[in-house]
Design a protein around this ligand. Structure first.
Ligand code: HSE
Length: 435
């Protein structure tokens, strides 16, 4: 199998996550690309520091030139962040004919025009999926999936730290500074957290999204930017009472007059899907003139979530490097000779939680009889509700169960439905927490 050697600049949260996911999913990546992707070298400021990844088979160095000048390395992953030396290193890698994948939104927003031109001149790819909205494949969606559309506007929650802070302030009434500290400990926040709370990080991402949407050069300096540091728990509460949530939104819109690019706290009606995007999750709504509004949702930060986007770019580059048309975009995403026959589970073997509604005679011992049957079948109850009978009708018992094997639930229901006190077949609806 073709081996593709990858070198890393930066071995922090995203770099460590990338090493882990490349190892963990080596088989899947090979089945999708026909290549064995291996990280051979990584540059870190301090190579003795404890890491979130195993680096036993990775050569570590403190000199980034050891990575970009290595003739065996075909793809350089720039995961160090910041302006310099990242920019010069990327330009140097590009000039040596290497493909580059970066998660550096500030660099793309500020210098993307120059960097993309250099990549085009050298006939290599400079990919940046991980720069916007962490693990959400928003670049791919906008560049490919929505390519039939004229994009009218987009609006996104594109800073996980800011969203985490606003969510915790609403849910727990926590103070701004405490939540920010927690976000830093979880590895969500930028090295300079002002970038998160003052909206600069979101502005970097919005600038890139606007260029992707409207086909214009990057223009970071024109993004209007307001942060969330002045939002108090009181504002959050009052907005809530009015039926709104406060979210830190990046908005880009194109009209006959021109393009708007703005990042600021925004009240959104609580009924909107995007108003319910909480914690470190990100979401972007993109309105195309053919498709209408579309929503993309997922983790906006974190080691492996961001690594997912970094590696998707690596997979794309491996496919481009391949000579075969089938490898370049396999029809089902995996190479045709890598497709596997897998066992498809019958419904009786599925495990889910259940909502059950039982129509019962209003007499002593009914609830006890039902819960005894459930207990005997190893079914745990999560919640119970009883509604009194109306106008001579039956009482209604509503139960939420814990996860249960379908076949166990069916045998328990058979027993329950044969009880004297049960009048009608149970209504059962599966519950998915989708976590
Ligand atoms: N600090 C960024 C955020 C990390 O919180 O969204 C991902 O870009």
């Amino acid at each position: 199998m073709n081996v593709v050697k990858v070198g890393l600049l930066g071995l922090g949260t995203v770099g460590g996550g990338t090493v882990n996911v490349i190892k963990k999913n080596a088989n899947e990546i090979a089945r999708r690309t026909g290549c064995k992707v291996v990280v051979t070298k990584a540059c870190a400021r301090d190579i003795s520091r404890p890491r979130i990844c195993n680096t036993d088979d990775v050569e570590l160095t403190t000199n980034p030139n050891d990575v970009i000048n290595d003739p065996d390395i075909q793809i350089v992953l720039e995961l160090m962040g910041g302006d310099e030396p990242a920019k010069s290193l990327i330009l140097s890698a590009i000039s040596q004919g290497k493909h580059v994948v970066t998660a550096n939104k500030a660099l793309i927003a500020n210098h993307g025009n120059e960097l993309f031109a250099a990549a085009a001149d050298n006939n290599v790819t400079l990919a940046y999926e991980a720069a916007i909205a962490g693990g959400i494949p928003i670049v791919k969606a906008m560049r490919e999936g929505l390519s039939a559309n004229k994009i009218e506007w987009l609006a996104g929650i594109i800073n996980g730290t800011g969203n985490f802070i606003l969510t915790e302030m609403r849910d727990k009434g926590s103070a701004f500074a405490d939540v920010l500290k927690e976000a830093q400990e979880l590895g969500y926040a930028e090295a300079d957290p002002e970038y998160d709370v003052e909206g600069i990080d979101a502005a970097h991402k919005l600038c890139i999204l606007a260029s992707l949407a409207f086909g214009m050069p990057l223009n970071f300096k024109k993004v209007y930017t307001e942060g969330i540091s002045k939002i108090t728990p009181l504002d959050v509460t009052y907005a809530e009472e009015l039926g709104y949530r406060i979210k830190h939104l990046g908005v880009a819109r194109k009209s006959d007059k021109g393009v708007e690019m703005r990042v600021h706290p925004t009240l959104i009606p609580e009924t909107r899907l995007i108003a319910n995007v909480d914690g470190v999750m990100n979401a972007v709504v993109v309105k195309g003139n053919a498709v209408g509004p579309t929503l993309y949702y997922g983790p906006g930060a974190g080691a492996e979530a961001t690594a997912s986007a970094v590696i998707a770019d690596v997979v794309d580059i491996c496919r481009q490097m391949s000579q075969s048309a089938e490898n370049s975009v396999p029809s089902l995403g995996f190479l045709s000779d890598e497709l596997q026959e897998l066992a498809i589970l019958p419904i009786e073997e599925i495990v889910t939680a259940y909502y059950l509604r039982l129509s019962v005679k209003d007499k002593p011992g009914v609830m006890a009889a039902i819960t005894t049957v459930l207990a005997n079948n190893g079914i745990s109850i999560e919640a119970v509700l009883q509604k009194e009978p109306k106008h001579g009708s039956n009482a209604q018992i509503i139960l939420l169960t814990d996860n249960v094997l379908e076949s166990s639930l069916l045998s328990a229901l058979k027993e329950i439905e044969s009880l004297d006190s049960i009048n009608e077949p149970a209504i059962r609806i599966r519950v998915e927490s989708l976590q």
